[in-house]
Design a protein around this ligand. Sequence first.
Ligand code: ASP
Ligand code: MG
Length: 429
Amino acid sequence: MYKIYVEKFGGASVNSALAVENVANILKGEIKKQEHNAKRVIVISAMGKTTNMLETLVNSWYYDKVFDEKIFDKILEFHYDIIEKLFKDQAQNCLGKINLLFNEIKNKLLHASSSDYNFVYDQIVSFGERISTNIVSEYLNHSGLKNKLVSALDIVKTDNNYRDANVDWKSTKTAVEEWLLPIMEYYDIVITQGFIGGTKENLTTTLSREGSDYSAAIISYSLKAENMTIWKDVPGLLNADPKRIENTTKLLRVPYKEAIELSYYGATIIHPKTIKPLENLSIPLYIKSFIDPEQEPTVICSDKELFPIVPNYIFKDNQLLLSISPKDFSFIAERNIAYIFEILAKHNVKVNLMQNSAISFSVCIDENLKTLPLLLEELSQWYKVRYNTSLQLVTIRHYNKQAIDNILKGRQSIIEQKNRTTVQFLINM
Ligand code: ASP
Ligand code: MG
């Protein structure tokens, strides 16, 4: 018998030849430490900023009908350079494989017959992960870590909601059992792509930006993994963004529920859909530093309480406060609120905070000046609408007086909401 570990390496952990070498060293270190038979599934993102560059390539083709040679060459050279540094005079084999993938990108884009932007996006942007996994798999084999590259299309099965595909858990489980597990009988290390999945017809989908964490969680769940690790450039989960707060504290043990709350309020360190599948099977999630792998990690687990228990700060800048009141001076009763929410949902607006009085309903939303005019137009048919911009929403979980003073520094907040564990302030930026 063996235990299964799922490890996810994000874009920053594979953004150079040195970084890829570091991944190999980390894996060698982990394998050395293990006390029992183990198999690993390694989930890898696109290298560095490749996904952004591929997005640019798709956009100029889709919106301006130009094939942006400059960005294409930039992506190509970025990867060539990594391959040449990794394999030196033995780069030919890997370069050959990667060339085929780049030809495919060009052909697919130039001959894209679909007018569905989201579909075309997924067919092209997914190449970031295809390229990175080919390089990493080849390099690990080259450095003695025998592994098999498996396409995520064959294991993460989704519907065809392109760019934000929904997982088909049943087909995924079957695919994992019938396809992935037999391969794992022969290989201790399997490499696969984060972020991408496949439909019934085996067309490529993506799970939304930064979705590789979620991929790793889907695979961990389907394999009933022993644990999952996300390797990051930070030493674990901190109680605040160190760019905003001095003297941050590392959270060592975080209950699943707490991690879900933190990501709900806007903590961006883990993709929000990641936690639930792990919680369902009580699979611990480790957040470790690829810069300093021996540091004590954060573990997200089924503990009841956060440890250490310290205030957690989450900042959301560029917030807008909409104040909505019925033109006929009727109360903002259930019907109005339901209707307002319908309009907000139609415009894809997510509400970060809300508050109502008898005749007015206020919602705090991300400032998105592009979609605002249409939203205002629709709301204004029935309501009087006013708004303030340039606000900041600060959430403190496990607050105390000192934490609040630290944030407000004598400033007046526009809205304040408090319950036993969480306080939120909307303030001028
Ligand atoms: N490469 C994808 C992105 O940058 C997915 C990921 O990194 O998680 O959004
Ligand atoms: Mg990324």
